[in-house]
Design a protein around this ligand. Structure first.
Ligand code: NZQ
Ligand code: ZN
Length: 390
């Protein structure tokens, strides 16, 4: 196991009626707010009105940026940064899912830069300052509410890149599971797949000597939580217990804790981001299609024991099976969960994607020629995985 530093400074208000603390928390940072949200779901569920009421009650001045896209664009970040500069914004309040929060993180730092925000996202210009960020989460998926990363897309260049910096960590996040009752069955399934893949990519699947047993066991419990509660949330969307478990699982899957003792190498995420960058698909769905094929592709005598552990400890696969048989049974159970229980379509071709761009996508996924992870992958390997998904 590796030495590590762990710090997560986001203050969480979890549960119902916690929004009445929004004003008192925000006032610690200033009075001019940029409220950022997506395509309108927060208005349909009455959350917009609740947030505005709280802000007005506290005599805060509110400006708005609406219409953040799923897979948020750098052009929208530019719009938000321009408002922040013109209106001397003190604080950004993101109300929505990962896309809205990620966009807000990029706005928070682009506010201090006079050029195109893509210069910051692409790493050409460093993050040096950021406005304080508050979030009100509406979907359990990315963990953006409690991490310091964001992912922004440039559809002109077919790039989707991560922006990670401690200054982008939200100051305070409000997590009310009831705000996720309205999340569709499809987005609940995609969000649940995303939570699982954060755990896998946080190195549940890695050489055992490179990590901590304690973290593996906790990972398995969070995986089991998602497998138990995602189907309940899909069949009974207003089940508070199910939504609460998914919400807290999402935050803990990517708040840094599960990555302690290892070097994170988000293999499936790097591959999926290429699919989103070219085809603008829902992130969690792309992961659900890719992950089992990645498992099958890298399955050999060195990787089989941990895949078998996954099967035995999560799905109750027979421990007496050989490593290889246990691993295959685990992958089959995982596919059943994604494609039967959650009902996600299982192929990229189901999403209208063909092999036209696979070669270039594979090269882009391996930025330095190799994609690190449980098994190192070359562009040839990644292209083969894409083809298995057709
Ligand atoms: O735009 P609105 O109208 O809000 O609708 C959204 C959107 O259509 C809808 N939705 C959200 N909450 C809802 C709701 N609909 C009804 N009721 C509610 N309560 O769901 C759709 C998807 O929303 P989005 O924010 O895109 O979902 P998600 O949270 O899955 O975010 C996905 C984005 O996050 C990035 C992904 O790549 C993708 O761009 N990621 C961010 C990460 C991070 N910051 O750490 C890590 C992840 O691996 C991921 O890459
Ligand atoms: Zn993800």
């Amino acid at each position: 196991m590796k030495n590590f530093v762990f710090q997560n400074t986001t203050k969480i208000y979890f549960g119902q009626n916690q929004l009445n603390h929004l004003g008192e928390e925000i006032k610690l940072y200033g009075s001019r707010i940029l409220l950022v949200y997506g395509g309108g779901s927060i208005k349909r569920i009455g959350l917009y009105d609740s947030v505005m009421k709280e802000l007005k009650k506290n005599k805060l001045t509110v400006f708005e940026l609406a219409g953040v896209e799923p897979n948020p664009r750098h052009t929208t970040v530019n719009k938000g940064a321009a408002i922040c500069k013109k209106e001397q914004i003190d604080i950004i309040l993101a109300v929505g899912g990962g896309s809205t929060i990620d966009c807000s993180k990029a706005i928070a730092t682009a506010r201090y830069y006079d050029g195109d925000s893509w210069d910051i996202v692409s790493g050409k210009v460093p993050v040096t300052q950021a406005l304080p960020l508050f979030t009100v989460l509406t979907i359990a998926a990315t963990g953006s509410e409690m991490d310091c990363g964001g992912v922004i897309s440039n559809m002109e260049t077919n790039e989707k890149l991560g922006l990670v910096h401690p200054l982008l960590q939200p100051k305070v996040s409000f997590l009310d599971p009831a705000n996720t009752f309205s999340v569709s069955a499809y987005q609940t399934a995609c969000g649940s797949a995303d939570i699982l893949l954060h755990i896998f990519d946080c190195f549940y699947f890695a050489d055992p000597e490179g990590k901590m047993d304690m973290i593996d066991r906790i990972m398995e419990e969070i995986i089991k939580t998602v497998i138990k509660y995602a189907p309940i949330a899909i069949s009974k969307p207003d089940d508070y217990e199910a939504r609460a478990n998914l919400m807290w699982a999402a935050s803990w899957a990517l708040n840094g804790f599960l990555g302690t003792g290892t070097v994170m190498a988000p293999t499936c995420h790097m591959i999926e981001h290429e699919v989103s960058a070219f085809y603008d698909i829902t992130h969690g769905h792309g992961l659900a299609i890719l992950a089992p094929r990645w498992m099958e592709y890298i399955l050999d005598e060195t990787t089989a024991p941990q895949f078998k552990n996954f099967g035995v400890n999560v799905f109750g696969v027979d421990a007496a099976l050989s490593d290889m048989a246990g691993a295959k049974a685990a992958i089959a159970k995982f596919k059943d969960f994604l494609f039967d229980t959650l009902g996600l379509k299982s192929k990229l071709s189901d999403l209208g994607i063909d092999d036209k761009n696979f070669s270039i996508m594979a090269k882009k996924a391996c930025s330095n020629g190799i994609l690190s992870g449980y098994k190192k992958l070359t562009p040839v390997d990644v292209e083969a995985i894409f083809k298995m998904c057709l």
